[in-house]
Design a protein around this ligand. Structure first.
Ligand code: FAD
Ligand code: SIN
Length: 539
């Protein structure tokens, strides 16, 4: 086991982690660890764009109002204001870092797209490859910075936390997936930027890294976790069974795409006055209801009336994907289904990304800053990741946390036994079972009975995973699985505790919103911190 020390340890190389690393490098050394290749992240697949008030006819109050409306009464207004008011600056900064966004040449300004729930055009984008462009630009900057060091295939397993005189985080235990070794990464400041958890669902727009690791690690150390019941399902993932899910951006509906059933009915007219541009939860539930009612495997997105050249110019990536699947968009409609997309809940933070443990911060999708409430407004998350990434570093620097050095006993507090092999099939079986269970029982429309049954099944899965870990098995996919089971349990626990329907949480027994009792966050917290449950560790 080796020890790597830096002033800042950043976990994750999506937009949140890269922003943190770039900002932190102004104040000290930065180690950035990332689970797979450095570009592999939810960020890299973002299509629609970044919401920001840039149109002279737009205003902060309007963006704030749209965010609050989508959030269904649970947004923290201070977090909304901080995020929205930083929008124009974030776009400027991303451009200074080298991101190139699509221009509106006629007006000599950035082209602004439209998405559901936004009352104005305010989505800055790089065609339909916004995330890839942001990721490219930030990675290039980080590579140039001599104070930052990136460790690939380095998976954070457990946080290093000491209790006295108060809980203080001093870094993380890292699994090196290339050499099958565990290492200590110590730091005065640790920032969790591990992204989402879509992989706990059978159908998801998220890549394989999205297994809820940051939330699970923080939960194990007693950090409060909030609003895990609010899982956002994107209504329009390309329907192609057996293939990795591909998103058809909401921006397609923003530019006139219409959802239709197989027999051609534009059904959103029956569900909401904004039709296809209704908030995402309403569209996803409508698609789910239509599919269930008709017994159809999918619905369709119709873009046949949009001039094809214009469409291909605005959405080259989506056009190519459809071509690859032999669709002629002037004749054929695009088959789509809902898929798990975004976690609105996560590690509860303050307005500066700070968590309940000193020295530990969270930024990006892993965090619950209060911005999204019960439902995230489209294209608010990349913005949030940059704003709170920067603020986390700023807060840590102001407090001088990065200059504090770790106590010697943090390293002696963990002992690792030799690893042993475990059949791959056991892990993949548990993963498959978990993902189907969550899809079938904890999906878009919930019921108490299904949630209770999911809870029981998850307890069995958890026991199996714990047995393997306690027996000393060590491997990355087992650590993934442990986190997936833990965050799935948190989603179910939060969903069971909320006795109403609100935003993304819809439960048959309580179909109405109950402001009198439930206009509050759902917070879950372990009473006792778990000592790092490393393979065969013995404290
Ligand atoms: P990510 O970008 O997911 O990065 C997480 C990083 O953490 C990855 O590098 C991962 O490898 C690493 N990691 C995870 N666990 C560990 C571990 N244990 N150890 C080490 N490293 C770890 N939002 C918008 O605002 N606009 C959009 O248009 C938009 N479109 C989207 C389209 C798709 C298909 C998807 C999936 C999401 C979209 N979103 C969009 C949401 C948005 O992309 C994400 O919420 C945001 O990019 C998250 O950034 P992040 O840095 O928090 O996490
Ligand atoms: C999309 O392009 O539809 C995704 C936008 C988002 O998730 O914010």
């Amino acid at each position: 086991m080796a020890v790597f020390h830096s002033n800042f340890l950043v976990i994750g190389s999506g937009v949140a982690g890269l922003t943190c690393a770039l900002k932190a490098a102004d104040y000290g050394t930065v180690n950035l660890v990332t689970k797979k290749e450095e570009f592999e992240s939810n960020t890299n697949y973002a299509q629609g764009g970044i919401a920001a008030v840039l149109d002279p006819l737009d205003c902060f109050e309007s963006h704030i109002e749209d965010t609050l409306k989508a959030g269904a009464g649970l947004c923290h207004e201070d977090a909304v204001r901080v995020t929205v008011e930083h929008g124009p600056k974030v776009i400027e900064e991303l451009r200074q870092w080298g991101a190139v966004f699509t221009q509106d040449h006629g007006r000599d300004s950035l082209e602004l797209g439209r998405e559901g729930g936004h009352s104005r055009r305010r989505i800055v984008h790089a065609k339909d490859l916004t995330g890839k462009e942001v990721e490219r630009a930030l990675l290039e900057q980080v590579h140039r910075h001599e104070k930052t060091r990136i460790f690939r295939h380095a998976m954070a397993v457990d946080l290093l936390v000491l209790d006295s005189p108060e809980p203080r985080c001093w870094g993380c235990i890292i699994w090196d997936d290339t050499w099958d070794e565990l290492h200590f990464f110590t730091a005065g400041v640790t920032i969790l930027a591990t992204g989402g958890l879509g992989q706990i669902y059978l159908h998801t727009t998220n890549p394989s890294i999205a297994t809820g690791d940051g939330v699970a690690m923080a939960y194990r150390q007693g950090v409060p976790i909030a609003n895990m019941e609010f899982i956002q399902f994107h209504p329009t993932a390309f329907f192609c069974p057996g293939e990795r899910t591909f998103l058809i951006s909401e921006a397609v509906r923003g530019e006139g795409g219409i959802l239709r059933t197989g027999d051609g009915e534009a059904f959103m007219e029956r569900y909401h006055e904004l039709k296809d541009l209704a908030p995402r939860d309403i569209v996803a539930r409508a698609v789910d209801a239509e599919m269930k009612k008709r017994g159809d495997s999918n619905v369709f997105l119709d873009v046949r009336h949009i001039p094809q050249q214009e469409f291909a110019k605005r959405f080259p990536n989506i056009t190519q994907h459809c071509r690859d699947h032999h669709l002629d968009l002037s004749r054929d409609m695009i088959p789509v289904v809902p898929a798990a997309h975004y976690s609105c809940g996560g590690i509860l933070t303050g307005l500066w990304g700070e968590t309940a443990i000193k020295g530990l911060f969270a930024a990006g999708e892993v965090a619950c800053t209060g911005l999204h409430g019960a439902n995230r407004l489209a294209s608010n998350s990349i913005l949030e990741a940059v704003v709170f990434g920067k603020r986390s570093v700023e807060f840590a620097r102001r407090e001088g946390l990065h200059e504090q050095s770790y106590p010697d006993n943090i390293i002696r507090s963990v002992r690792v036994q030799p690893k042993r092999d475990l059949e791959r099939v056991r892990i993949s079986h548990c993963q498959d079972e978990l993902r189907r269970l969550m899809w079938d029982y904890v999906g878009i429309v919930r019921s108490e009975d299904r949630l209770n049954r999911a809870r029981e099944r998850l307890t069995t899965l958890r026991q199996e995973v714990t047995d393997y870990i306690e027996a000393g098995y060590t491997r990355g996919d087992l650590f993934d699985l442990r986190n997936m089971v833990e965050v799935a349990e948190l989603v179910v626990a939060c969903a069971l505790s909320r006795k109403e329907s609100r935003g993304l949480h819809y439960i048959l027994e309580y179909p109405n919103t109950d402001d009198e009792h439930w206009k509050k966050d759902t917070i879950v917290k372990r009473d006792q911190r778990e000592t790092p449950l490393l393979p065969g560790t013995d404290q």
